[in-house]
Write a protein that binds this ligand. Structure first.
Ligand code: PRP
Length: 207
């Protein structure tokens, strides 16, 4: 079963619209990516595990909770880097495990170039961070790597998806929820999301 969550939050939709604009400069683009990551992370983490925790307030004891999960962020280099800071504002104690993949411009297939995961998994939940889910090849390859590493719960957090990418990721990994700000119309003939926002890596890093 597909698990696709498109944020309906007004702030997400407003910021996404500014992000898409050809008139948005690199600095504003990076700031918007950070803010969108924070907002989407808030929605994507609503089912984290809690355990009871008592706390002492200035007035006495209160029953509360603490989060139980050990969370790993997995930004896909390089465009995923821009999502890390916003997510870490909400989850300051997470581990960050970078995965380097680039999309071969002709075949559109992902090519792995960086992976320093240790042998044994050190987290039980992973958030894959990548702004664009286009053909879905990079996302599927990243989830493949994380499952092989032994991670039990994996979520995908991105900004814009193409229907083709959603289909591919949810077919290959139906257990992985997809959290995005929008699912756009289609992929064009060179694998870019339309209308999308252009190349998320280039727009963040001025290349
Ligand atoms: C982009 C994007 C994803 C991938 C999506 O990265 O950030 O990682 O393409 O495409 P897919 O769903 O068809 O695999 P790109 O290869 O341009 O590398 P970059 O982040 O280094 O710019």
């Amino acid at each position: 079963m597909k698990q696709v969550y498109i944020s309906q939050h007004p702030l997400v939709q407003h910021k996404l619209t500014v992000l898409r604009s050809v008139d948005t400069d690199h600095r504003s683009f990076r700031e918007l990516v950070r803010e969108l990551a924070l907002l989407l992370c808030y929605e994507a983490t609503q089912d984290l595990s809690l355990s009871p925790q008592q706390v002492t307030t200035p007035m006495g004891k209160a029953e509360g909770f603490k989060t139980e999960d050990t969370i790993g962020l997995v930004p896909v280099l390089r465009a995923g880097l821009g999502l890390v800071d916003g997510v870490m504002e909400l989850l300051p104690s997470v581990q960050v495990w970078h995965i380097g993949l680039y999309r071969d411009e002709e075949t559109l297939r992902p090519v792995e170039y960086y992976n320093k995961l240790p042998t044994e998994p050190t987290v039980n939940v992973c958030l894959v961070l990548d702004p664009m889910l286009a053909t879905g090849g990079s996302a599927v390859a990243t989830v493949d790597i994380l499952k092989k590493w032994g991670v039990k719960r994996i979520k995908y957090l991105g900004l814009i998806a193409a229907p083709e990418g959603v289909e591919r990721l949810s077919t290959a990994h139906p257990d992985v929820p997809i959290h995005v700000a929008a699912v756009d119309e289609k992929l064009n003939e060179v694998g870019f999301i339309v209308p999308g926002l252009g190349d998320a890596g280039d727009r963040q890093f001025g290349t």
